[in-house]
Design a protein around this ligand. Structure first.
Ligand code: FE2
Ligand code: FE2
Length: 435
């Protein structure tokens, strides 16, 4: 019997979507129950062998690794949230979500074992697929484990719950899984490929639309009732968003893992950035209050431009990777564009400051920042006439500092960063240009 995979899907992608009560979310769960065990993978098996080429196998398996491990992880890490929510409606919904995540794990496991021929048990398949996880994925999910553990120990802390929902429902589900599912669904539906997988991923996306709607609404309640919750959620987002950029960063920056499906990396990043910003606005956290998004130009720069910026930073080894920076003029341009966005953002903290800050790199063109002139901060290449402050370092070390991998204090103490000029201005740098 054909399943209507769209019936009961909730609009989570528009700014104006209405609130859906928990009772309705629960009802939709009951009405939409489906069986991962009963999906028919017969044509999937035939097409996996006869239709898909080696590059497509490689790209699919890379995506499946992220999904399989992700679904297993979110099944376990959701349990402390049940204890931390106090209303029965929330607890009942979260219990349905745990069941959903377990079902998603079963779905990916079945597909991998029965179609791709990987593994002979849950443990075995997970262990094999884990070799394909990305650096960004490991950072985000290790942090999810940490936050869930802290919530388990402190179930009565609303700020910790807000932090948990920000990483779990908004970022892992609303930004990462939602993006992966969107492109997988689109590809399989468009190419009429692997009918069993296409049905399952559509049903998973429907389940996830309930989870994300629930998380957005819960976070909204927390941030509007307690300013500590808003601060905790924002701090968590600033920590994980640079890592999240690396979840879809393929091994050795080989973008064919993404382009094999007919999409550009920019399209994937645009979807993810638009998705998280929509959900944040709905949760009562304007993206312009999140420094990690301000660095990309939020809220004025459109997601497609933010996506190009992210890709340049990833390729330069600044965010989303543990590889060493690969500095080029394009990488430095992207870093200094972020510096301009940040300086404009912190302007209320230094409204009357007029100053020029110069960077001299051992191995690249100098840059300078002009504050307090014209409508906003400006960055230029070359040497300024009378800088009030001069910073000297290698371009790679500035890349490490910009990406948060080399603390400026440590760079100063080890003389990898040398500062000359107005020291009072130097001491204000962390407020003017926070990392
Ligand atoms: Fe899931
Ligand atoms: Fe989910």
């Amino acid at each position: 019997m054909a399943i209507d995979t769209l019936k009961g899907i909730i609009d989570i992608d528009s700014d104006a979507a209405p609130t859906v009560e928990q009772d309705r979310l629960y009802r939709l769960w009951e009405e939409g129950n489906w069986s991962a065990k009963n999906l028919d993978f017969t044509t999937d098996r035939e097409q996996w062998t006869a239709t898909l080429n080696a590059e497509q196998h490689k790209a699919f398996l890379w995506n499946y690794a992220l999904f399989l491990d992700g679904e297993e992880s979110v099944t376990v890490t959701l349990t402390p949230f049940v204890q931390a929510t106090k209303r029965y409606e929330d607890r009942i919904f979260l219990a349905t979500q745990i069941a959903d995540e377990a079902r998603h794990h079963v779905f990916f496991d079945r597909f991998l074992r029965e179609v791709a021929g990987i593994g002979t048990s849950y443990a075995d398949t997970l262990a094999t697929m884990r070799k394909g996880l990305t650096w960004g994925y490991n950072q985000v999910f290790t942090e999810l484990d940490r936050v869930a553990d802290r919530l388990r120990m402190n179930p009565d802390s609303p700020p910790l719950l807000a932090q948990g929902v920000a990483i779990y429902h908004l970022t892992v589900e609303g930004m990462l899984a939602h993006t992966g599912q969107h492109f997988m669904r689109d590809y399989c539906n468009r190419e009429a490929l692997m009918a069993g997988f296409a049905t399952g991923i559509n049903l998973i996306a429907r389940d996830e639309s309930r989870h994300i709607a629930f998380g957005v609404q819960l976070l909204r309640e927390l941030v509007t009732s307690d300013p500590r919750c808003k601060a905790a959620a924002i701090a968590e987002l600033n920590k994980i968003l640079p890592w999240a950029a690396g979840v879809f960063t393929p091994p050795n920056l080989d973008w064919s893992y993404i382009t094999a499906f007919g999409y550009t990396p920019e399209e994937v990043f645009t979807f993810g950035l638009r998705s998280i910003q929509t959900k944040l606005r709905r949760a009562g956290i304007p993206p312009e209050e999140v420094l990690a998004l301000v660095k990309l130009g939020a809220p004025n720069v459109p997601p497609a431009e933010q996506a190009k910026h992210v890709k340049t930073l990833i390729e330069g080894g600044i965010i989303g990777t543990d590889a060493d920076p690969r500095m080029s003029e394009a990488t430095l341009d992207a870093i200094f564009t972020s510096i301009r966005y940040i300086a404009d953002w912190t302007r209320p903290r230094h409204p009357t400051l007029r100053a020029t800050i110069q960077w001299i790199f051992d191995d690249a063109e100098p840059r300078y920042l002009v504050l307090g002139e014209g409508d906003g901060a400006q960055v230029r290449t070359g040497k300024a006439a009378r800088p009030r402050l001069t910073l000297r370092c290698t371009s790679a070390d500035w890349g490490r500092m910009a990406g948060g991998r080399l603390p400026q204090r440590q760079a100063l103490l080890s003389r990898r960063l040398r500062i000359s000029g107005d020291w009072r201005l130097a001491l204000r740098l962390p407020q003017i240009l926070p990392v």
